[in-house]
Write a protein that binds this ligand. Structure first.
Ligand code: NAI
Ligand code: MG
Length: 491
């Protein structure tokens, strides 16, 4: 038999190359029907509660507490007690042991946490499994390392813990944001009251079991679920020494006003409208991957998402062609399916906001492109979207959409790219794609953004500080810089 005959005799080439479903098992997660508030190391029965759902199916997953002002009061008292009676005077090396334990337990239980994160938040399992969980554990490992070296991080400055920290986190990276907040706070000797976002409380509640396993002393970490009212009560509490907030610019501004003159320390990590700038000398296919990762990762629910693509005019057409082709291969659907690239939109409210801005884009005159894809009937979904023919003044070029929607703009010279990229009230991140190293440095110097990625995007590491300029907030999380907001210095 000749080679060609051999090939012919094999099974016919399948006509349909779509992927078979590959769902991750839900069995690893044991959900309770109801969750209380985690205060002083025990579960406290809430007076009010609400149901938390899966945004992919709208099924109810559990009933959780809506923390009241009194609950916040109790949690702050528990945190104060734990601070005064042991935690703050523990040697750094002892605090480090707890953090190392938490990091290791998160690694051991990572599959369980990843499944729950995808279930409650709608993000693809491959992202929660390969990004959120490893990074969350890495943050605890990293700050565990600093706990007994604070004097070396800030030589001659005698660092001391601040006291009780109130931390309010969003729904786009629920467990990762918890890790970003808790790890440096605990490493520096503070105690914490943390409020998860109302749509994604479940991984934070499961995390309480990690704290139990790690035998963290009661009251060092308290978790009070609830919506913005619970958050506002925490901000308002007179016995909280520091507030760390990640969320919308609108709420961030309100918090800053509320805290003005109180002497409480504050860090804000708010919205963004990042420029992803592609020069004509870049590796085009890699840039396309970076653009896709920049805006469709986590359904675009990313404060540092590369939501404004600036393409140099000379490569505009091939770039947009390649991008549209690539979009056709993105698989939208079940977050628990290992082949899914784009999962569910986090909430009905967020879906409304995305739809409103996309409508505004169409009305203002931009051209919309969405690849053919069938969206599930139940749940909250939005197809990956590209707008071309976008003017700088359009709302889709100005406002944070926080969804899988990209606006494409153009430029001719590096100077023009910088000017357009900086033409935003935000300044969280930016991306530069070019083969020329000197141009990367030239751009990075001029872009008013906390993070500038070169020939990559959305890359995170606990050793690297993250934070904004202008309306994207102030203060840094990650790295040695991330310790500073949780310390005061006795000069
Ligand atoms: P949000 O800012 O209202 O929610 C973030 C967190 O703040 C949640 O835990 C929420 O319960 C809490 N919160 C709300 N009002 C509060 C108040 N008055 N005092 C204290 N805490 C309060 O954000 P939302 O409404 O979920 O999303 C609206 C827009 O904000 C999104 O479309 C997106 O553009 C942006 N956003 C940005 C995030 C980021 O990572 N920078 C994260 C979430 C949203
Ligand atoms: Mg809100």
């Amino acid at each position: 038999m000749t080679e060609i005959e051999k090939k012919k005799s094999r099974a016919p080439v399948p006509k349909d190359w779509t992927y078979a479903p590959a769902p991750e098992s839900r069995d690893v997660v044991k959900l309770r029907e109801r969750y209380g508030l985690f205060i002083g190391g025990t579960w406290v029965e809430p007076t009010e509660s609400y149901e938390t759902i899966s945004p992919a199916t709208e099924e109810t997953l559990a009933t959780v507490g809506q923390g009241t002002k009194e609950d916040v009061d109790r949690a702050v008292a528990a945190a104060r007690d734990a601070y005064a009676n042991g935690w703050s005077s523990l040697p750094g090396s002892e605090r480090a042991k707890y953090l190392f334990r938490i990091a290791r337990i998160l690694q051991e239980r990572s599959r369980e946490f990843a499944v729950l994160e995808s279930l409650n938040g709608g993000k693809p399992i491959k992202e929660s499994r390969d990004v959120d969980l490893p990074l969350a554990a890495a943050h605890f490992f990293y700050y565990a390392g600093w706990a007994d070296k604070l004097e070396y991080a800030f030589p001659n400055r005698r660092p001391k813990a601040v006291g009780v920290a109130g931390q309010i986190i969003p729904w786009n990276f629920p467990l990762l944001m918890l890790a970003w907040k808790l790890a440096p706070a605990l490493a520096c000797g503070n105690t914490v009251v943390l409020k998860p976002a109302e749509t994604t409380p479940l991984t934070a509640l499961l995390f309480c079991d990690v704290l139990r396993q790690a035998e963290l002393p009661p009251g060092v970490v308290n978790i009070v679920t609830g919506d913005g009212r619970t958050g506002a009560a925490l901000v308002d509490h007179p016995d909280v020494d520091k507030i760390a907030f990640t969320g919308s610019t609108e709420v961030g501004k309100a918090i800053q006003r509320q805290l003005a003159g109180t002497g409480k320390k504050l860090t804000l990590e708010l919205g963004g409208k990042a420029a992803n700038i592609v020069f004509d000398d870049c590796a085009l296919d890699q840039a396309v991957e970076g653009i896709v990762n920049g805006i469709y990762f986590n359904q675009g629910h990313v404060c540092c998402a590369g939501s404004r693509l600036f393409a140099q005019e000379s490569i505009y057409e091939p770039l947009v062609d390649k991008l549209k082709k690539r979009l056709e291969t993105l698989r939208v659907g079940d977050p628990l399916d290992k082949n899914t690239d784009v999962g569910a939109i986090n909430s009905a409210m967020q879906l409304e906001r995305i739809k409103e801005l996309v409508e505004a884009g169409k009305e203002e005159g931009a051209d919309i492109y969405q690849p053919p894809c069938r969206l599930p009937e139940k749940g909250y979904w939005f197809a990956p979207t590209v707008f071309t023919n976008v003017a700088q003044s359009y709302r889709i070029a100005q406002e944070e959409i926080f969804g899988p929607v990209l606006s494409v703009l153009t430029f001719r010279t590096p100077e023009e790219a910088v000017e357009k990229a900086n033409n935003t009230p935000y300044g969280l991140s930016a991306g530069v794609w070019t083969e020329k190293g000197s141009r990367i440095l030239w751009m990075a110097q001029r872009l008013r953004a906390g993070v500038v990625w070169a020939n990559t995007f959305n890359r995170f590491d606990p050793t690297s500080p993250f934070g904004g300029y202008k309306e994207s907030g102030f203060g840094r999380e990650g790295g040695r810089h991330g310790l500073e907001p949780y310390l005061r210095f006795e000069e």
